[in-house]
Design a protein around this ligand. Sequence first.
Ligand code: FES
Length: 121
Amino acid sequence: MAGAAVTGLIGLWAVMTERERRASEKSAITRLPASATAKGIHFHDTFILNVTDSGIKVLSNRCTHAGCRISRESEGKLVCPCHGSEFDPLNGKVLRGPALKPLPEIPFSHSPATGEIIIQA
Ligand code: FES
């Protein structure tokens, strides 16, 4: 009986901790100065910034297959280290599974005057 109560409390604590972690992740704002936004793919803690001649794209770095952090690019593709899914850095589309869903885009704002990029991820 006491064991079940302890197990229940541990489960409740785990759920609350996960909610707090997600809430804090959602509210984090990152400001990148122009000097940190050179053309190319830049891997950050919670997102991937891709700066090209045609524009800026910010994608989640969490693989849509099982949530591994994507932190590597190979031959122009974003590669998940866990099971090898590959994504297009221009739009997040799946190029190779097992992932089925694209990497979500993350909203951002860009100041042409200062070059600063503000990302809420
Ligand atoms: S978690 Fe990325 S391919 Fe499985």
